[in-house]
Design a protein around this ligand. Structure first.
Ligand code: B12
Length: 214
């Protein structure tokens, strides 16, 4: 059930209208609504609706990107300095690893997670495993997320867990996604989960957070 106060925001977000979403978020703030509630009850509700619409048979990339852009604009408006750690539900570090310059899927995953109220530290593309692991420690990440679109990046993905263990961060979950990785199993990639889509990955992370396994 969507909080009626959030109806307008959810509606304009799902239309991908980022200017209208910004106007509505500002109106809610001026009316005294806390940023955290706008994220958890407004943005998250919009992401849930989008998730329900996006099945394997019906997956509209442009629509997802437009909604994602609108969600990002609202998050930037609410938190110009980034979501503070104490307000984000949990922190995830995300990257496309060294050798791979594809980043559209990573960016969508980041937007979906931000829309659900998580704090996401984005290390970009072509990122060395060492940089990813250092950031996971520095940012006290609850999970490390890797996106991979080309097969040659698979050996890098396989290194992530052992690098985390070497840094004393072996308890951090590793989630993989992206066209080249979802053809492999979690076991073959040495990760905890391989996501079919950004929403599937978000559901997996939600289930860990709900079960307080992170
Ligand atoms: C766009 C594109 C490019 C763009 C990338 C632009 C950018 N900024 O990303 C450019 C032109 C730069 C490019 C370059 C190359 N590309 Co290219 N590219 C593509 C293309 C057409 C689409 C990829 C894409 O963005 N899909 C849309 C996104 C949204 O989908 P996605 O990443 O899977 O993400 C979804 C999920 O998987 C999930 N997800 C993604 N990551 C993660 C991570 C986590 C943690 C989670 C939970 C979920 C998740 O979220 C998304 C939404 O659900 C594909 C073909 C294809 N049909 O896939 C080839 C493709 C990936 N490219 C390919 C190749 C070979 C290359 C090049 C090597 C070409 C060359 N010879 O130079 C270079 C790569 C150079 C390098 N070192 O990386 C091959 C890879 C083959 C392979 N298996 O190795 C493909 C498959 C084309 C092909 N059929 O040959 N490419």
């Amino acid at each position: 059930m969507i909080n009626p106060e959030m109806n307008k925001l959810v509606e304009v977000l799902l239309e991908g209208g980022h200017a209208a979403a910004l106007t509505e978020a500002r109106r809610l703030r001026i009316a005294g609504m806390a940023s955290e509630r706008i994220v958890t009850e407004g943005l998250e509700a919009a992401m849930q609706r989008l998730d329900d619409k996006c099945t394997v048979e019906s997956f509209n990339l442009l629509e997802i990107m437009l909604v994602g852009r609108a969600v990002s604009a609202v998050v930037n408006e609410l938190y110009p300095e980034g979501v503070p750690p104490e307000q984000g539900r949990d922190t995830f570090v995300i990257a496309t690893l060294e050798g791979d310059v594809h980043d559209l899927g990573k960016n969508i995953t980041k937007m979906v997670l931000i829309g659900k109220g998580y704090r996401v530290v984005d290390l970009g593309k072509d990122c060395p495993v060492e940089t990813l692991v250092n950031a996971a420690g520095r940012e006290r990440a609850h999970a490390v997320l890797v996106s991979g679109l080309i097969t040659p990046v698979i050996p890098q993905v396989r290194k992530v867990r052992s690098a985390l263990v070497e840094h004393g961060l072996g308890g951090i979950r590793v989630v993989a996604g992206g066209a080249a990785l979802k053809q492999s199993s979690a076991e073959a990639l040495n990760v905890d989960y391989v996501a079919e889509t950004a929403f599937d990955g978000a559901r997996y992370l939600d289930s860990l957070v709900r079960g307080a396994l992170l």
